[in-house]
Ligand binder design. Structure first.
Ligand SMILES: [Zn+2]
Length: 502
């Protein structure tokens, strides 16, 4: 009938096109990386072509490419590479890169890259402003299941100088020799031609109200910043990019409880560093944002009493709804296990007198970004996020805890020590963890990967109501121990570390 005939024709067509592809002297031609790019003078446009060996390859209207020695290509012939350093005055606006291959028998073939390239005009700087409540900077272009390593969140309407782009991330010039990356959807581009962001700093005010301590630094526009909460001694270090000191005094008013000495350093001509010493060994978090163009750092004070009674603890049950999470060998689902453990933990904490905020209390889909925003509004004292772990190796098992910032490490350390007392083997207390709910700086937080659902022994424990209860009890004890250890104020902590005076 008609169908076999059509099939035959299709097969024939396929054979002809394959033959043509084999005949074409250029197999592939691409930019490296193979992504849409914006480049500025001094940046390198890198290209690669795979084609007939022994030919002459060029790109970008005659720039030459080199055929690589087979020693560099595992013996493969016909791999050509080229680099062009973008020069001032070069123009190119979102164009595909043209390649040309001239073979020994004088056959000329042209091909185009799949991705576009733009050369930025430095005489008309490209600015952008951050948008939304969760704009953030990344250190680099790396990606994994946790996303790129984050430098930190930024307030909205922060002015950024965009000096490049790869794929869906813009490169941000923070200061001389300092860059970051920002996802396309975190910013709104301004028409090219603004001035580079920069500001002199005004004189600071440092004061406390009934709830928080504040440091306020007036600027003429919202500049990007990066913060680090460091320990021993406990201090908050904030770099403001594009800022230059004109701070002639720092007014320290009454009412301060968390802040000790504050000072600044101009670490390079366009980086202004605030150093805020904290009076307590354990930091309870901070937030940075702008009130108009005044950079405002709000520092949390320790709770009045270091007991669970009266404290607000956020409990996060990982995954949920359409987000199942990991699935065990005999079918246990992460989203059910995390909810069961979180609910037991809530009851335990409430029994101790804590107020508990659940990020979800049913089988619901809740995005991690929404969880972070809700927590920011609810302003808990602490957060514990509950997940179950999974590995491609069925023999890997045990319990682990995770923190992002060293200053919050004592919380995960205390929970980890107690989780080991459940009898689970240890898988570690892991730092610098780039998990969304370890990202907030507003309150100490820890992630508990209770056990491995991918291991049959651990899965049996995770699904046992008695063992779920036991984990909830030990996490609660971990929190109690953390609070007890945090009781010591900074001064006494310092004295106790000193050798006894004669
Ligand atoms: Zn998970």
């Amino acid at each position: 009938m008609g169908i076999p005939k059509l099939l035959l024709r299709l097969l024939l067509l396929l054979q002809v096109t394959t033959a043509l592809a084999q005949l074409s002297p250029i197999e592939t031609a691409e930019t490296v990386p193979a992504a849409d790019q914006w480049l500025q003078p001094g940046d390198r446009l890198q290209v690669r072509l795979k084609g007939q060996p022994g030919a002459t390859a060029t790109f970008l209207g005659g720039k030459s490419m080199n055929e690589l020695s087979p020693m560099l290509t595992n013996g493969q012939l016909g791999i050509y590479q080229g680099t062009y350093v973008v020069q001032p005055g070069d123009t190119l606006f979102d164009r595909l890169i043209a390649f040309e291959l001239l073979t020994a028998d004088s056959m000329r073939t042209v091909a185009f890259s799949q991705n576009t390239v733009r050369f930025l005009n430095q005489n008309a700087p490209q600015l952008a402003v951050t948008k939304g409540p969760l704009a953030y900077l990344n250190y680099g272009l790396g990606e994994d299941r946790l996303g790129g390593a984050k430098m930190g969140y930024l307030d909205s309407l922060v002015v950024l100088n965009i000096n490049g782009k790869v794929g869906n991330q813009y490169r941000v010039r923070l200061a001389e020799n300092q860059i970051a990356w920002v996802p396309e959807n975190s910013v709104r581009l301004l028409p090219p031609g603004g001035f580079m962001p920069g500001s002199l700093t005004g004189s600071w005010s440092v004061q406390g109200d009934s709830l928080y301590d504040y440091v306020r630094v007036p600027l003429t526009e919202r500049l990007p910043y990066r913060s680090q909460l460091l320990t021993e001694p406990t201090r908050l270090v904030i770099d403001v990019f594009g800022a230059t000191s004109n701070t002639n005094w720092i007014t320290q008013r009454a009412g301060l409880q968390a802040l000790g000495d504050v000072h600044y350093e101009q670490v390079q001509p366009d980086v202004f560093r605030l150093v805020l010493h904290l009076r307590h060994r354990q930091s309870w978090g901070y937030s940075i944002g702008y009130q108009n163009n005044v950079l405002t750092i709000r520092v949390k004070r320790p709770p009045a009493k270091m007991h669970l009674r009266g404290l607000t603890v956020a409990v996060d049950a990982g995954h949920g709804g359409t987000n199942t999470g990991a699935v065990g060998a005999s079918g246990a689902r992460e989203k059910d296990l995390t909810l069961a453990i979180a609910q037991r933990l809530r009851r335990k904490l409430e029994h101790k007198g804590a107020r508990v905020l659940m990020t979800r209390d049913a089988d619901l889909s809740v995005d991690n970004g929404d969880r972070i925003l809700r927590l920011r509004q609810a302003n808990p004292d602490l957060l514990v996020s509950i997940h179950v772990n999974s590995s491609s190796s069925k023999t890997v098992r045990g319990t682990s805890t995770y923190y992002r910032y060293v200053a919050f490490r004592p919380l995960s350390t205390a929970i980890y020590a107690e989780m080991l007392r459940t009898g689970l083997p240890g898988f570690g207390n892991v730092g610098s963890f780039n998990f969304g709910l370890n990202g907030p700086t507003e309150y100490p937080n820890a992630l508990v990967e209770t056990a491995f659902v991918s291991n049959s022994d651990d899965e049996r424990l995770l699904t046992s109501p008695e063992f779920q209860q036991r984990m909830a009890e030990h996490i609660t004890r971990g929190l109690t121990n953390f609070l007890r250890n945090s009781r010591q104020p900074g001064l006494r902590g310092w004295l106790s570390r000193r050798p006894a005076a004669q």
